[in-house]
Design a protein around this ligand. Sequence first.
Ligand SMILES: *Cc1c(COP(=O)(O)O)cnc(C)c1O
Length: 607
Amino acid sequence: MKLKVCGMKYHDNIKQVAALRPDYLGFIFFEDTPRHFDTKIPEISEDINKVGVFVNEDVNKIIEKVNEFKLDSIQLHGEESPYYCSILKSASRFHKAIEVIKVFSIKDKFNFEVLEAYEDVCDYFLFDTKGKLPGGNGYRFNWSVLNEYPSTKPFFLSGGIGLDHVEDIKLFKKNIASKYCCAIDVNSKFETEPGLKNVSILREFINKLNNKKTMNYNVDEKGYYGEFGGAFIPEMLYPNVEELRQNYLKIMAEPDFQKEFDQLLKDYVGRPSPLYYAKRLSDKYNTKIYLKREDLNHTGAHKINNTIGQILMAKRLGKTRIIAETGAGQHGVATATVCALMGLECIVYMGEIDIARQAPNVARMKMLGAKVVPALSGSRTLKDATNEAIRDWINNPVNTHYIIGSAIGPHPYPDMVTRFQAIISEEIKWQLKEQEGRENPDYVVACIGGGSNAAGTYYHYLHEPDVGIIAVEAAGLGVDSGESAATSVLGKEGIIHGCKTLLMQTNDGQITEPYSISAGLDYPGVGPMHAHLSKTGRAEFMSITDSDAMEAGLELSKLEGIIPAIETSHALAIFGQREFKKDDVVVVSLSGRGDKDLENYIEYFKI
Ligand SMILES: *Cc1c(COP(=O)(O)O)cnc(C)c1O
């Protein structure tokens, strides 16, 4: 069944709705309505039939509009006579073979005899609700009246149709007499104000009508993103994880929680972080690049958004002791910071090797009052630190909260972390609206270690099909070199840190040591949300080598005066690898600043 969306009015909204590929878009030229169309129709797909809606209008005026707006159909909503329709049908043929849709209004009954005179002078009938206005009354008529439909001319069903009516429409279609119903016409029930359509509700309607289950990119009730996620944890960890699962959404919804979270993000972290139009970088790559400046947050990266959220969560759960694990030390520092802020005990597990490699961050954590405990087993790196942290949590289930630093771990961690980081895309929406006049960019881009800055950057765009999602992984020395962290390319399904996701592993399931020049991307898995985005094709995954990332970091420094973290440099390197259109708006998450990586840059470039 076809779909017509009527009463379009605003430029951007027309483009957004057109992206959903309805069969018809209706523009109302009748002046006495708040949906009166008085601007230009933007470039939209040729496949969409443009319908001009008129009420007892002068024939010549209609022809004028048909030519001016390249209308494909006209819909007549007044008392137009069969003769009037016939002139229009033949007259309009000179210019373009347009279709004529004649509207009839129905309440509880209808005299079908009036249709006969119109049979040969129009292409479709449209049945609408009889009300005060010629259309747009917002309620339904009694559809069973159409059981008596005597004609074989295809008709549109209209009048107050909303998301709730999908089942009724399906029932109606089963009715024999309704087999001539060729299209559904919707309008006011999908509006946030007259003429402005709510794109996400419209999308849901279309999916339901087509029996398409709306692809969901958020976590479901069981903790899964498609086939990924869940909580694969030792029995002894169950009480802790379950306590969190039962409470996290409730706590996050409390006004008191939200107030404290917002306040700290503003006064302590320094949010909103700017959305900066990078002019010189844009000129170089001939597209419009915006940088979301998470590097300007307190402690220099996005990680603090999550640790602030989790420390407030821990307090609400009555916890007095915080544990965390860290590899490069960034998450350890962000955790130690919020523990100092709240006066809570903080223990950070860190591989012995990493402690030696990351001395400045170890010093920071100590200054902030945290206890850094070396993990002495295995390869003495991140995964061993994680094992130690889990062991600690099992032994201290009552008073301890484990702050995980990325969108990974057992449910509800990936979702909780994503929601705390979602402030990133929440801000992008209004900031882009201010600067570009629209909330949706053409692309959002982020680098992925576990995937927390990416999850936050994508969150409010996951279900906006006109927004492309680009995920950037570390290719290390090259995807085929054996020294990389390109999980979406090399990963297979498996379980890591309590969730089912894509991870790099040997044929017998041993986790492979990942490699990247950037410590924050040096992770053998990706969060389950990203595994799902990869598997469903919703996100485009790219992998960037060490050397391309380093060059991109140097380039941003020289072009914009911003030294990015090496993780972030991976996201920036895509401009050298992939073309964008000149007027594409591309928002890149500038996840962190490069101060921590200075030594790496110095060594690499022999500065
Ligand atoms: C930790 C870190 C990352 C990677 O972590 P995600 O959870 O994937 O966001 C990226 N950039 C910076 C600056 C980081 O500190």
